[in-house]
Unconditional design. Structure first.
Length: 367
């Protein structure tokens, strides 16, 4: 019997015994799968698909942290990623977002090597997200989930996750075995099931939501459903935050898997469509900028165009490197040509010049 005030040590193992995949779920799964396949095909159109980590991946990082009420501005974020990440120069909120991006990238590289979900993958993602060496929750940690301050009955306990070192370890091992096993359940549905289970285990003292959302993407990469971890899933969750938490609770309290799976398949379907549109917009704008710039600026090249679309803000050192410029006078001349044609704008901070791809900023801001 579930009691929200007691550790849910009886959290059922996977696969769920109460799971029934009826026609409605399978139809929704089919739509989600089709749109995800279209997205993966679109990713491969990118000349350098890893650039999406600095564009779409960055939006995912910002939104995922916003779900947990950690906010930063686009401007500060773009400035921070345009140079080497130095902790002392950015706000605490921006640090959290940048760590999420580092965790996403680090987890992606690790799972490509491991070729399966492992405990090391889970711990690496968590530790990079939190900039910590902590492991799973210690048994003395009295972790509970409470209602937020803006909700009815703020502070009320709504869930107490499993407690005990061996219990958490066993639940995580069962989750890993489920994800890596060959079953009749499609990987996209397994991702949704595993996401609930991970959040219910709540294996860390903090950062479970962010870690779980990264694991969603890494699992889709591991299963060959995505070539890059760039499904912008956190946007849908943030926009439907109340439903997200309500449906998680429904699985815990009533084994209500169907509404949860329908929600997650809708999230994948809509997010894949939106991410596809964003990639189309970036690629169309990239080509339009290249054609316009080459017709008006003699030195403009495809390589430089790739640089401009690699991230929203670019520091002058990167431009000097790509164009092989050593003279500040020449750099200023080139920058003025770009600004005159409306391709970039610029600003200075602490004597450092930042060049802004306004079209890329606009596209990202529309998502």
């Amino acid at each position: 019997m579930f009691d929200r005030n007691l550790p849910f040590n009886d959290l059922p193992n996977l696969p769920p015994s109460a799971l029934k995949l009826d026609a409605e779920i399978l139809i929704k799964w089919g739509l989600a799968s089709r749109n995800l396949a279209e997205l993966n095909k679109n990713i491969l159109r990118m000349p350098n698909p890893s650039m999406l980590i600095n564009t779409i991946g960055l939006r995912e990082a910002k939104t995922s942290t916003a779900i947990e009420n950690i906010f930063t501005t686009d401007d500060e974020l773009y400035r921070a990623i345009s140079s080497q990440f130095r902790e002392e120069y950015v706000s605490p909120s921006t640090k959290e977002v940048l760590r999420y991006r580092e965790a996403l990238w680090g987890g992606y590289q690790l799972i490509k090597r491991e070729k399966r979900v492992t405990e090391d993958v889970i711990l690496t993602v968590f530790q990079k997200t939190k900039n910590s060496t902590q492991g799973f929750r210690p048994p003395q940690s009295l972790t509970v989930i409470r209602r937020g301050n803006s909700e009815l009955r703020p502070g009320e306990v709504i869930y107490t996750p499993p407690r005990g070192e061996q219990i958490i370890q066993d639940k995580i091992q069962n989750l890993i075995e489920f994800l890596n096993s060959h079953t009749e359940i499609d990987p996209l549905l397994k991702m949704a099931i595993a996401h609930y289970q991970f959040e219910a285990i709540h294996p860390f003292t903090d950062g479970n939501g962010r870690t779980g959302r990264i694991l969603n993407l890494l699992y889709l990469v591991n299963q060959g459903l995505l070539s890059q971890p760039v499904l912008y899933l956190s946007r849908y969750i943030l926009d439907n935050k109340t439903d997200y938490y309500h449906l998680l609770a429904g699985v815990t309290q009533r084994a209500a898997w169907k509404p949860w799976l329908l929600f997650m398949m809708e999230a994948v379907e809509q997010t894949a469509k939106q991410t596809n549109q964003m990639i189309d917009d970036i690629l169309d704008q990239k080509e339009a900028t290249l054609q316009t710039a080459k017709s008006k600026i003699s030195w403009y090249s495809s390589e430089f165009n790739d640089l401009l679309f690699s991230q929203p803000y670019i520091k002058q050192d990167r431009i000097k490197e790509v164009l092989n410029i050593k003279s500040r006078t020449t750099l200023a001349k080139y920058a003025n040509e770009l600004k005159h044609q409306g391709i970039i704008s610029s600003f200075y901070e602490k004597k450092e010049a930042y060049y802004i791809n306004n079209d890329l900023v606009r596209i990202l801001a529309e998502t």
